[in-house]
Each structure stands twice: as C-alpha cells, then as structure tokens.
Design a protein around this ligand. Structure first.
Ligand SMILES: Cc1cc2nc3c(=O)[nH]c(=O)nc-3n(C[C@H](O)[C@H](O)[C@H](O)COP(=O)(O)OP(=O)(O)OC[C@H]3O[C@@H](n4cnc5c(N)ncnc54)[C@H](O)[C@@H]3O)c2cc1C
Length: 380
C-alpha cells in the first residue's frame, strides 16, 4: 500500500498554500484533489485581507497583476447609520485586495509546479480514518472504474472544503436558508477602490471592487434567489434600490453564479493523525468576506507546528496544540459572522433601530472600529 509522510486533501487555496508553505520548509507533501487544476471558473471574487496578501506574496506567488486594492469599506443599512473604515486608520497602505478565485488558484498551482517536493495526484477522496499511528485515505480515480484505492500517511491535512465529514467530530451547523447571488456589475461611476457592505431589507450585500467593475455578492432567501435568477429581473431589482443610485447607470456584465450558504464549524480540529483546516474546519457566511482569510491563518499556525516535526514515529502530541491555538480566532470570526448574518436578516423595526444604533456607535468610536478592523485583518 502507498504510504506518504504528509498528505493534503484538497487543492483549493488553503490546501495549495499549505503545500507551498511546507515545501518551502523542505517538507515533502502529497496533494490530492478531485479536479487538480482542471476546474471551471465559478465567478467568485475573494477579498484578501492585507495580512493574507502578504502571506501569499511571501511564498513567491505572483498575484500582483490580478488584484484590485481596497482602500475603504463603507458599511451602511437601509435606515440611519453609516460607518467607514479607511486603510490609513489602521496604518496600512491598503485594507486588502480582491482577486478572482480562479486567478488565485492558477497562480498557486504555477508556483507549486516549481517544487519537486510536492507530489500532485488526481483523486476523489471518499473517506479518511485514523488511529494513533497513521491515517488511511480511501479514494477513487475518475479515469478508472476500479474499486477504491487505499493510501496511508503519518499526517493527513484535510482541506477539501468540508465535504468529507469526520465521524469522530461534532459540527456546529446552521442552514441560513439563503443563497448568495454573485454577479459582475459595470457602473457609470468608478469604484475608487471602495468596498461596500450594505444591509438591504431583502438581505445583506457586499460590493467588491474588481478590475474596472464591482462584484456583487447578495445573500437572499432561497425563494428570492429563484425569482431573481433571470438577469433582466435581477438588474431591475438592483437599479430600483435607493442605495444603488450613487453608482449611476448599471449593467450586468457576467452570468449569475449561485452559492448555497451554511455555517459548519468542527468542534475538534485534530483527530489523531488528521487535522482539519480552512473550510473543512469552518465554513462561514460570506457576509464579512472572512472565510479564506481565516483559513490562511489556520495554514500559518499549522505549518509552524508541522515544519518542526522531523520524525512522526516519535508521536505527534504537539499537533494537538494546533486545536488550542486556533480556538480563539476561529471562535471569534465564526461567531461574529454568524451573529451578523442572523441579526441582519431580521426585518422588524426594533432590529432596524438596533442596527442603526450599532452602526452609529461604530462610526463614532474609532477605538472600537480600529480594534475590529485589525482583528479581521490580522486575526485574534
Ligand atoms: C459567494 C462567496 C464569496 C466569498 N467571498 C470571500 C471573500 O471575499 N473573502 C474570503 O476570505 N472568503 C470568501 N469566501 C470564502 C472562501 O471562498 C472559502 O473560505 C475558501 O474558498 C476556502 O478555501 P478551501 O481551500 O478551504 O476550500 P475550497 O475553496 O472549497 O477548495 C476545496 C478543494 O478541495 C477539492 N475537493 C473537494 N472534495 C474533495 C474530495 N472528496 N477529494 C479530493 N478533493 C476534493 C475541491 O476540488 C477544491 O479544489 C466566499 C465564499 C463564497 C461562497
């Protein structure tokens, strides 16, 4: 049976950054992904915090040509209360950058291919079991009708986005009964590197500057998503919003992509020889654009531990420290995002007043604003 030292399951941004970070520290890794780099673009644009951007750049991955800077975030809702967060308030050149998911993944694969220590293998992982000494992966290869194959490893890092559930851990789950509509908007007024978080009655929306356009991410109830999945109907709905008048004429310049939204947080991130990171460990609502940023901090903390393990046969109790190390940051971001998503979904007048008061307090309290911004950029 094939045996490897470190296997990463999942070649999304989190798995790829993990592979590069470990390879840079001279570790040999095997990366399994069901598609490898033959994936289809899904329209998603990611807001990378300044810290995430630096983490990727430090790996020598060239993303500069594909990013758009975010210098200001404007937060408002349908009612009173506006808050602005500026890069200069947190002493940074930019708050972060946006990049298309596909451009990021392609740039990471390009770098990966420069490392002979990284073995890429196309495989659909069906299950991962573990005991004290090793983990066993069962997988299939789409090009063959063979039964499942087995592979063992000293350490398995699960970064497959949360689809291969671990039987021995509990997950905190919430179905928002919402889906995110993602579409590219061309507006008459240029974006001036400003991102918007807007709480509309129908659901929260994020507008991210991306090249010369905006990417709209709008979380709506399942029923509304069905009604708005036609481009003409969606455009009419968007231009009718009072908030959108500031952008002048608006065109939809891409197809509509739809993503189901859920909260899924593993209560235990380390199970003997298996570690959960990125969306595999926590899938959060995209309202605060934090999923990948949180996942990249998982990578940073896990790799710091793993790169110092020379011999896995001597026991890997130290890996358990990862669980503890990530508790606070994951707890803060997943709870913050969940409360925000639930709180913003409420349409009662009392909730609207509470939201106004919250935003007015945030805009008048620079200390609170800066503390929150720094936590979301650098982690807790
Ligand atoms: C609409 C939307 C907008 C978002 N915006 C932002 C944002 O602005 N900022 C931000 O930080 N985050 C954002 N996120 C979250 C972000 O997309 C995720 O947190 C991030 O993609 C997680 O990366 P990952 O590598 O953990 O998982 P994924 O990106 O899900 O990658 C998983 C990989 O594993 C592979 N895989 C899956 N199952 C298997 C299997 N069984 N066997 C082998 N391989 C497998 C897949 O092919 C894929 O390559 C957004 C999410 C959505 C839905």
């Amino acid at each position: 049976m094939q045996h490897e030292t470190i296997v990463i399951v999942g070649g999304g941004p989190v798995g790829l950054v993990t592979a590069l970070t470990l390879a840079k520290a001279n570790k040999r890794v095997t990366l399994l992904d069901s598609k490898l780099d033959s994936f289809n673009p899904d329209g998603r644009v990611l807001a990378l915090s300044y810290a995430s951007y630096i983490q990727i750049e430090n790996l020598g991955v060239i993303v500069g040509d594909f990013v758009t800077a975010i210098d200001k975030v404007h937060i408002s809702h349908n009612g009173l209360g506006i808050s602005n967060i500026n890069a200069r308030d947190v002493n940074l050149a930019h708050l972060g950058y946006t990049i298309k998911y596909i451009d990021l993944v392609k740039a990471l694969y390009k770098k990966i291919r420069e490392y002979p220590q990284i073995k890429l293998q196309k495989a659909l992982v069906n299950d991962v079991l573990t005991n004290d000494s090793y983990a066993t992966i069962s997988y299939s290869q789409s090009d063959a009708n063979n039964p499942d194959k087995l592979l063992t490893a000293d350490l398995v890092i699960l970064a497959e986005g949360g689809l291969v559930k671990q039987k021995n851990t509990k997950y905190k789950m919430h179905d928002y009964a919402q889906q995110a509509i993602v579409v590219k908007l061309k507006t008459h007024k240029p974006h001036d590197n400003i991102a918007y978080e807007r709480f509309e009655l129908d659901g929260p929306m994020v507008l991210l500057p991306s090249e010369d356009n905006y990417i709209l991410v709008w979380a709506l109830s399942n029923r509304l998503v069905q009604d708005l999945s036609n481009k003409d109907i969606l455009l009419t709905k968007i231009v009718d919003l009072a908030f959108m008048k500031r952008f002048g004429t608006i065109e939809l310049v891409s197809d509509i992509s739809i993503f189901p939204l859920k909260l899924q947080v593993a209560q235990n991130r380390v199970l003997n020889r298996v570690v959960l990171i990125g969306n595999s460990s926590q899938t959060v609502h995209p309202i605060s654009a934090q999923g990948l940023n949180l996942g990249l901090r998982d990578v940073r903390d896990l790799c710091e531990i793993v790169m110092h393990i020379d011999d896995f046969s001597l026991g890997v109790d130290i890996i358990n420290t990862y669980n503890h190390k990530r508790r606070l940051d994951v707890g803060f971001v997943s709870n913050f995002t969940h409360v925000l998503a639930k709180f913003l979904d409420h349409q009662s007048p009392l909730m609207s007043l509470t939201r106004s008061l919250g935003l007015i307090t945030l805009s008048n309290c620079k200390y609170l604003q800066n503390k929150l911004s720094r936590s979301l950029i650098f982690g807790v």
